[in-house]
Design a protein around this ligand. Structure first.
Ligand code: SF4
Ligand code: SF4
Length: 205
């Protein structure tokens, strides 16, 4: 009996020939040095994209993001929703034959955009990212109750029809032990302070 293989999402369309990209050489080396991601090693096999669980929501597939970086198209890359949609699940890195660390590249881009304080299209995801890091900076661990409460208060999920559904979900998670009533914190706080001091100083290493 033949089994049907799952088909990857179709890749988003690239610009038409009239709008061909103009390669900009300096970016690849600069980003590689700053982020530590060896994007130049990518040879476009698409194994990353074929395994990524979130391509359905992305405007650039992971391999396209790396290709744009190789071509120095930073503006296109930085304005992409993919940077914010990526959930850092590491699937692409696990599959990549060249160990191109895509999640690290996406984190580096997030930090770069954050540092410049610019508006981004995916503002709710950016807010979640910021609240998540704020929790880690405070305790070294995320307190999910606080994270979700702050997020919902600022995005409207704590009011209206969504509020009841969210409250029910929270109670179910509490009952199943997936949410804690009280926050935990790491004992070792030196590394945390050093890490976030570095972040405030704008380093991405
Ligand atoms: S799996 Fe690795 S080498 Fe292949 S396209 Fe993706 S990043 Fe490039
Ligand atoms: S880390 Fe990001 S790009 Fe890579 S597979 Fe996961 S969601 Fe996709």
């Amino acid at each position: 009996m033949s089994r049907t293989q799952p088909q990857p999402e179709a890749a988003p369309a690239l610009p038409p020939p009239g709008e061909a990209l103009r390669p900009e050489g300096r970016w690849l080396a600069e980003v590689e040095a700053s982020s530590g991601v060896k994007a130049g090693a990518c040879y476009g096999c698409k194994k990353c994209s074929n395994g990524c669980p979130l391509t359905f929501a992305m405007d650039l597939h992971p391999y396209q993001a790396v290709r744009l970086l190789q071509l120095g198209q930073m503006e296109r890359l930085e304005s992409s929703a993919t940077v914010w949609i990526c959930a850092s699940c590491q699937t692409c890195l696990t599959r990549c034959p060249n160990q191109v660390d895509l999640p690290r590249l996406m984190d580096w881009l997030k930090e770069r955009l954050h540092g410049r304080g610019e508006e981004v299209g995916e503002k709710d995801i950016r807010l979640f990212h910021e609240l998540f890091l704020k929790g880690v900076a405070k305790r070294g661990r995320v307190f999910e109750g606080e994270l979700m409460g702050s997020y919902m208060l600022r995005t409207g999920g704590a009011f209206g029809p969504e509020a009841m559904a969210n409250a029910r979900l929270g109670l179910t998670m509490l009952r199943k032990g997936r949410l804690k009533l009280l926050p935990a914190r790491t004992r070792e706080s030196r590394w945390r302070r050093a890490l976030f001091k570095k972040r405030r100083g704008g380093s991405h290493a």
